[in-house]
Design a protein around this ligand. Sequence first.
Ligand code: SF4
Ligand code: SF4
Length: 415
Amino acid sequence: MGAVIERDTKVLRGVPFLTQLILKVASRCNLNCSYCFVYNKGDSTWKGRPAIMSDEIFEAALDRMRQHCRTAGQNWVRIAFHGGEPCLIGPACFDAWCLKARQVLQDVATVELCIQTNATLLNPEWAELFRKHKVGVGVSMDGPREYHDTFRVDHLGRGSYDRVEQGLQVLRRADVPFGLLAVIPLGARPLDVHRHLLSLGCDHITYALPHFTHDTIAPVRRLYGSTPCADFLIPIFDEWWFNGSVDVRIGDLWNMSRIIMGGHSQIETLGNEPPRYAFVETDGEIEGLDNLRVCAEGMARIHLNVLTSDFQDILQTDSMHKKAIFEGMELPTGCRACPERDTCAGGYLPHRFSSARGFDNPSVWCADLMKLFTHLRDRLGVTVEETYTRRNALESMAQTGMWPFELSTDGGATL
Ligand code: SF4
Ligand code: SF4
């Protein structure tokens, strides 16, 4: 693993930094994954939106981002093409919009482009565009066919494994690096999944905890027991960390290791770090964290639109999104006595939700998170107390300008 440089996400000039503008350029998808939080978890806001973002909305979002960079004094931003399935916009439109993003923002900020796709529509033309515009590519893929095709189906219920694999072949042939995002297939054999994903030629993997709330988790526990995510991730961590496959970064496990060793979380799924993302839907609506859709109908909405509002207008609303995006939410009452209250900090926001108590609950995956922290601490030889000693030392160094530090593969943080 190379040097880890934390981007400065502090408040500049009194206006908080936005690290990422996530453009939901398509509100529809050619797949219909059974667990998809856009279509199949009870939220129906997508139905009232245009299928594809227009040029007008795309350019308005860029102009707002440009304005935000100027106001906040930030000089770097990531623009993510997201959906639904972003490749539904077609390669010609993607080419034009990548050019446009750099044109509009280039004199105020360095632009990093990325896309999260199901890969089923990729062909050599797309691969060439990813190379041309230096686009970071993330592909959603859940493992071997027997697991992937259980959930990731099309509108006729057919598995998508072959189509995704063809898309990955296109990327490999064109030498386009890509990462894989797998939603943990509960009950699956973890090392079968992990070795399969490694065999596909990716350069990083993220295992996402499935989206459930306290209102919906009960059947999952009955089927899979009390810690199915930890039981899936622990063998993968051991193989990854100790058996020499560390060249492929496993995002969430890397992040948890980093936190244990004293760093701050770089992924919003842990640590209650404000993500500083803004989402823009196809109709221009600015939204909070999009996967809050799993909590209740319309939960991601802020009721602002790039046609009429700047991103910093989020700060003027009394929505919980202001806190969730820019400040971090209050620690749940049930987490206050937990030894991992400042490292886990309640887990991922959608997983804290119940209709009875809102977000004032520990994560539905609390037992898994605690088991993972305990296991990783044991393997890395870092106690809770040592985490805080390291964190304090690193924060003092940051204040005196002695930064960055390198996270080494043998479990140490070298300064
Ligand atoms: S590919 Fe992504 S957006 Fe499309 S249905 Fe599956 S999870 Fe949802
Ligand atoms: S492990 Fe559980 S109790 Fe502890 S901070 Fe995380 S969610 Fe809260």
